[in-house]
Design a binder for this molecule. Sequence first.
Ligand SMILES: [Zn+2]
Length: 292
Amino acid sequence: MPFDLSPRPLNPAPVTPAMVWPNGAKSALFIGFDVDAETAWIGNNPSNVDRMVTTSHGGYDARVGISKIVSLMDELSLPATFFIPGWTALAHPAQCEAILKAGHEIGHHGYLHKLPDRDKLDEAFEEIDRGYEALQQVLGVRPIGYRAPSGENFPELLAYLSKSGMRYSSSFRDDILPYRHADHGGERGLVEIPVNFAFDDWNFGMTSRTSSRPIFGRDAVLQMWIDEFEATHAWGGVTTLVLHPQVSGRPMRWHLLRDFLMHVQSRTDVWIATGAEISDHFDALEAARAEL
Ligand SMILES: [Zn+2]
């Protein structure tokens, strides 16, 4: 299929007219964790499955990271959404049950963390189906929120997600407010809770032999996060975090995250909510607008 490179907005979703946050809040914080575990290392590179040291980056999730993150959320009394690949739930059921038991929202993050590819539609849809099945089997949950593994999406996948009962996505980088995706092939568009790549801890705190990159210390990242949050707050947007227990569950980064969250909590005018709560709120505003 030739690519259609004609000039047009590549995301036809309309811009959200106005956003009023609950309880007089000026902005929102959405704390999202991607519990990739080993899938981050084997999903797009299956040959890594026999490289025990490479996959041990992801193994940190189950041995240390998840429990440290859950206890941090408990200490600060914060609600979060944990996007869990189906493979992770099957491989590490006890750790995933602990997330659910602590009261957090469980989101969909594919099955084996394969990058959604429009040239492989069957594989992309199978990732969705198997992800649902695994979360149902292990946790008894059918998620309503989806974060794309490796952060990619396309129209057929958005339609498939909507048809499957998904209500929101949190992957796109093109706004600071939630918005409604345009309809796809008769399926109603999902609510998008866009992310800000500056809040993806992987960019600053993960390096490996095969994916070598500089990592940044506490002061650099904490100051950047505070500055970006404060500016987003002033603009009335949503600050969406894209965090990974195998990064932010590391000792220094755990403290860095804790300091950042306490900074946000020092403000009384931030609505800290799960993806499901933000999606519900968006739905309610949209319904109220429709009645006008
Ligand atoms: Zn991921």
